[in-house]
Design a protein around this ligand. Structure first.
Ligand code: SF4
Ligand code: ZN
Length: 349
């Protein structure tokens, strides 16, 4: 009888998983080690951090950001990066979803002993996603959510006085975004969406240490490490277009696992195309956030909501901009930084 095959990496222990990324049969310890080492290599080859950086981990309570928080802590200790780590969570105000997932974040915060800041759409904008969906319906809700989240993360980062935000976007997310930008013919976004780190003048850096980590391996890592995360999808999730890209990508991956990385590399080859002149930056007349127009994207959307015209705000690309009005009482006016790229309506990491 043939003896059980040994782990492809250590050649001794019994293999228990087949790595989705490479097909290698590996033991649990080698899987942890190779996964963590690949993230470390991604971080060091892109020189993402320098000693003393204050880094906020965007923590949603989902699998990606929960594994990211765990791995960032492991690597910071193992390789002595010298980072000060924080957890930063955004409460979109989605009953039955974010309220539950934030409980996972709070438990992880206890376990890892990292400081946690939670900011809500309600306190920042005076609107919850529940209220927005009530007005705009379920078609364009993710556009509102994406614009608001991006600005909320910047405001949270400013409040924590951090230099850098890391998010749990994984290789599958990035490959999906590449496909969506190709299907929409959005070459400018195609050129940007594979960047591991984005930053404009004076702005906070945002980066994606899981750029090359496969979603399936993140799930395996969370499972074998018994991490505490919330696995339910957002109840307002159907971003139909991304859904199609996701299904297509999973089919490609089933036929050839390297498809995910190959698509990211294809997207990277387009980066030269992204030399479109950026509009001069000014500050939003309503909230003070950096903006290339009188009103920032979030305030433009807020005004449309306040006028009961939320449905129109995302549909008409050539819509007339609304004039600035004084900020309402509930609008926090934390000084803001310039952002490097326009907000992308990207699904929740
Ligand atoms: Fe917001 Fe994500 Fe839910 Fe869309 S799927 S409403 S972006 S949390
Ligand atoms: Zn604004």
């Amino acid at each position: 009888m043939a003896p059980p095959r040994a782990c492809a990496l250590c050649q001794t222990a019994r293999p228990i998983v087949r790595r989705p990324k490479t097909g290698q049969q590996v033991c649990k310890d080698c899987f942890f080690h190779v996964f963590e080492t690949e993230v470390h290599n991604t971080i060091t080859s892109a020189s993402l951090f320098k000693r003393g950086d204050r880094v906020a981990i965007g923590a949603s309570g989902g699998k990606d950001s929960t594994v990211l928080a765990h791995v960032m802590k492991v690597l910071n200790d193992r390789y002595d990066y010298g980072l000060e780590l924080y957890l930063l969570s955004i409460d979109e105000g989605i009953t039955g979803y974010r309220d539950d997932s934030l409980e996972s974040v709070k438990r992880n915060q206890q376990e890892y002993g990292l400081p946690l800041k939670i900011l809500s759409y309600d306190e920042l904008y005076g609107w919850t996603m529940d209220a927005i969906v009530e007005q705009v319906g379920r078609k364009n809700n993710c556009t509102f959510c994406g614009v608001f989240r991006r600005q909320a993360l910047d405001r949270g980062a400013a409040a924590l006085n951090v230099d850098h935000i890391v998010t749990g976007h994984n290789a599958d997310d990035i490959a999906e975004t590449v496909l969506m930008n190709i299907m929409r013919g959005d070459i400018a976004r195609l050129g940007r969406c594979t960047l591991i780190c984005t930053q404009g003048e004076d702005s906070i850096k945002r980066s994606k240490p899981f750029k090359y980590a496969y979603e399936k391996e993140i799930v395996m890592y969370a499972y074998f490490k018994k991490l505490d995360y919330f696995s339910t999808e957002c109840i307002y999730s159907p971003d139909a277009y991304r859904g199609h890209a996701r299904v297509f990508l999973k089919d490609l991956e089933a036929a050839r696992p390297s498809a995910i990385i190959d698509i990211i590399h294809s997207g990277e080859a387009f980066q030269v195309a992204d030399q479109v002149a950026l509009k001069a930056q000014q500050t939003c007349k309503r909230c003070g956030y950096m903006s290339s127009n009188d009103l920032c994207k979030a305030c433009t959307l807020l005004e449309s909501l306040e006028k009961g015209m939320g449905q129109l705000a995302t549909g008409d690309r050539n819509r007339r901009r609304l004039d600035g009005e004084p900020a309402p009482e509930n609008m926090r006016t934390i000084p803001m930084f310039q952002r490097s790229t326009p907000a992308e309506p990207i699904a929740d990491p």
